[in-house]
Ligand binder design. Structure first.
Ligand code: KIV
Ligand code: ZN
Length: 512
């Protein structure tokens, strides 16, 4: 059944990155943008160029380097914002300027202090001005779901006449209900005379947990573009989750009359891992599609059912989203070729050096751990693919502690072929190691978040540590895995320190 094409507008790097504590470096944003292209999104909203020099630079770098999707930049309905967006997007082969202006009574009265007539004039002028720079213009009447219907229809009609090619209907505060939001989209189709000249998009927030449901309701009623983020990250409770939208359309094809997207679902799990690693937002085990438990069956009745006929309790095949479960894949005696083949299947493309390093790490892990699962391989390769130059690297550490002993750690770190050692006490072995590292690097950092998870089952499972530190007023996340949880903790900490040093250097470069 070949139905209409639904465009996926990914705003992980703009609305997603607005989530408190999610800040990414330019390098990291480029890495995510490349992965979004592999995932098959149609439009990448790369940032809000006027908001900071860093955002401007990220949009510009993505526009220059990332091919295969339309690159979009956000702007308020102000010429200076549109100028910044146009300048940042200039190198892109396919570009879009996304202009927005609030239209609800509450926003117009208290935030903008403007009357309806003035709002229409500003919106028209902004769209016309943006059209000077490119033909692909999106307009969003912010807080559309709380806007007076008749006024909303008028705004939409005027911006389409002014040259908007996409009109995006945001449920900015996540207030709408699925039936109601779908009905709003239908009403727009029926009441805006020139609506056939634009694509209707929706942008739903998750304050009541309804972002995906509202977006799907809108698709059923005529929306042809959905705005979403990987893992549903975003302002407050987040945005509609890309993976949930796409899998709903794919799983319930008939219900959605065969509407399709260009997403390669096999890239979903990998993209989710990357975004989680770089933002430091751990995916909840029960999160649909990409959570650790999404494909695990605990109850005996369910396990029995799945063994007899998978579809009894499984509506999605894990491998369709690039999740290969815990199947044993490689062991101590597996060679380079087996590793390359398995990595290919997982969707990783490594250069020769990265492969060599990954193989070395694989062999080391195989010495410690009898069975290597696919999640272990993903973790190895993710470490390998970190594009950050390592300023500080771990050489060795030791610690002692116990019920009657004050925990003490000695850590030795390497920097530019020199070794540095320090000893410190702490509340526990991890704290003692972190204090020793602080002594060596002389970088003061406050631990805000620390979590540890077993990547696979078994006593010898890799432990994955996710941490967030506050360094010089910035919240930075790090992740590392090892069969030894203290080693994983030390590596995650160094990951943050190296990221901080890299970010500081990049920030200096932008200011120059
Ligand atoms: O939530 C919102 O209204 C937005 C707009 C800028 C589209 O993010
Ligand atoms: Zn938003």
């Amino acid at each position: 059944m070949a139905g209409e094409r639904i465009y996926i507008f990914d705003t992980t790097l703009r609305d997603g990155e607005q989530a408190p504590g999610a800040s990414l470096s330019v390098q990291e944003k480029i890495e995510v943008a490349h992965q979004l292209v592999r995932l098959g999104v149609d439009i990448i909203e790369a940032g809000f160029p006027v908001s900071s020099p860093g955002d401007f630079d990220s949009v510009k770098q993505i526009a220059r380097r990332v091919k295969g999707a339309t690159i979009c930049g956000l702007a308020r309905s102000l010429n200076k914002d549109i100028d910044a967006a146009a300048a940042a997007l200039a190198p892109a082969k396919r570009k879009r300027i996304h202009v927005f202006l609030a239209t609800s009574k509450i926003h117009m009265k208290y935030k903008l202090k403007k009357a309806e007539a003035e709002i229409i004039k500003i919106a028209q002028a902004a769209v016309k001005y943006a059209r000077r720079f490119c033909n692909d213009i999106e307009f969003s009447p912010e807080d559309a779901s709380r806007t007076e219907r008749e006024f909303l229809f008028r705004v939409i009609e005027e911006v389409i006449d002014a040259g908007a090619t996409t009109v995006n209907i945001p449920d900015t505060v996540g207030y709408a209900q699925p039936g109601e939001f779908g009905e709003l989209i239908r009403a727009i189709c029926n009441n805006v005379p020139n609506i056939s000249r634009a694509i209707i998009s929706v942008h739903c927030h998750n304050d009541l947990g309804l972002a995906v449901a509202n977006s799907l309701g809108a698709i059923k009623n005529g929306a042809r573009q959905v705005e979403c983020t990987v893992n549903g990250i975003g302002e407050r409770a987040g945005n509609a989750a890309l993976e949930e939208l796409v899998l709903s359309l794919n799983t319930r094809k008939e219900f959605f009359e065969g509407k399709t997207t260009g997403i390669d679902t096999k890239q979903i799990y990998k993209t989710s891992r990357l975004v989680s690693k770089l933002t430091g937002f751990v995916v909840a085990p029960n999160k649909a599609i990409v959570g650790g438990n999404a494909f695990r069956h605990e109850s005996g009745i369910h396990q029995d059912g799945v063994l007899k006929k998978r579809q009894t309790y499984e509506i999605i095949r894990p491998e369709d989203v690039g999740f290969y479960g815990e199947g044993l894949v490689l062991g101590k005696h597996s060679g380079r070729h087996a590793l390359i083949e398995r990595l290919k299947l997982l969707g990783f493309k490594l250069n020769k050096q990265q492969l060599e390093n990954a193989f070395g790490r694989f062999k080391k892990l195989a010495d410690k751990k009898k069975e290597i699962f696919e999640e272990d391989l993903i973790s190895i390769v993710e470490e390998q693919m970190k594009e950050l130059p390592r300023v500080w690297a771990i050489k060795s550490f030791k610690f002692c502690g116990g019920t009657q002993i004050n925990p003490q750690a000695t850590v030795c770190l390497g920097k530019k072929n020199k070794a540095y050692e320090a000893t410190s006490y702490g509340d526990g072995p991890v704290d003692a190691c972190y204090r020793a590292i602080e002594k060596i690097t002389k970088i003061r950092a406050k631990l805000i978040d620390y979590s540890i998870q077993a990547i696979t089952s078994g006593k010898d499972a890799l432990g994955e540590v996710n941490i967030k530190l506050k360094v010089a007023k910035q919240e930075i996340s790090g992740r590392a895995a090892s069969t030894d949880i203290i080693e994983a903790s030390v590596k995650a900490y160094l990951n943050v320190i190296n990221r901080f040093l890299f970010k500081t250097k990049a920030a200096r470069r932008i200011r120059l």
